[in-house]
Design a protein around this ligand. Structure first.
Ligand code: DX5
Ligand code: ZN
Length: 205
């Protein structure tokens, strides 16, 4: 499945979201940054709620924020399919996971390129999804880090598996022999003239 991030695009945010809506993408990947967990800061919660309020496609929300529970309490109103958080940005992890579960949202934990796959061992039986970061969180259009692929096999048959960052026509070839459920791609799709053509190129499973 393909989840499209609108973080880096040649169209306006509104236009990009509409183009993803109208495309074959399985999810809209919503990257939210607070200027604390990562340097960049993109939307306030009101702005993001407004941008997404009429969206029909499934939402896959990626919170690159400190203390995501504050955001989650608003975001659940959008009925997202998945919300992914970072362990090192989440002081109240048990409470946050429980809140998501209670609201019927799939819980994802992201693993940064410099983090070991075992950092989420204590939560494997509580979560649904692991997001392997193939770039450092913070901006779209970065280069794929191939070393992160070594972490994938550990999660096979344990969780839904996603990969996020730097996916394009070259890096996609490196993913062929791995079990990956959700491929997140941003600039490769949103900097193009034809979203469906690019989605087809990446949709290897
Ligand atoms: C990185 C974000 C990614 C990014 C993907 O901070 O979490 O989702 O927007 O975009 P590309 O495909 O351009 O790396
Ligand atoms: Zn992301």
């Amino acid at each position: 499945m393909i989840s499209v991030s609108f973080l880096k695009s040649k169209y306006s945010k509104k236009e990009t979201i509409q183009l993803i809506e109208d495309s074959k993408a399985d999810f809209i990947h919503v990257d939210l940054m607070d200027g604390i967990y990562v340097k960049e800061n993109n939307f306030t919660i009101d702005e993001i709620m407004d941008l997404l309020k009429n969206v029909k496609k499934s939402l896959d929300i990626h919170l690159m924020v400190y203390n995501p529970l504050i955001y989650i309490k608003e975001l659940v109103k959008l009925k997202p399919s998945i919300i992914t958080i970072h362990l090192d940005g989440t002081p109240n992890i048990e409470e946050t996971i429980d809140y998501l579960k209670k609201n019927d949202v799939k819980v994802g934990l992201a693993i940064n390129p410099d983090e070991n796959e075992h950092i989420i061992d204590n939560y494997l039986d509580k979560i649904d999804y692991v997001l392997i970061m193939s770039v450092y969180p913070g901006e779209g259009g970065q280069k794929f880090i191939p070393e992160v692929l070594e972490k994938i096999n550990y999660f096979e048959d344990k969780l839904l598996i996603g990969i996020d960052g730097g996916i394009n026509e070259d890096s996609i070839k490196l993913l062929k022999n791995y079990h990956i459920d959700i491929i997140v791609s941003g600039s490769y799709i949103c900097m193009s003239d034809n979203f469906n053509e690019r989605i087809d190129e990446l949709n290897i499973k």
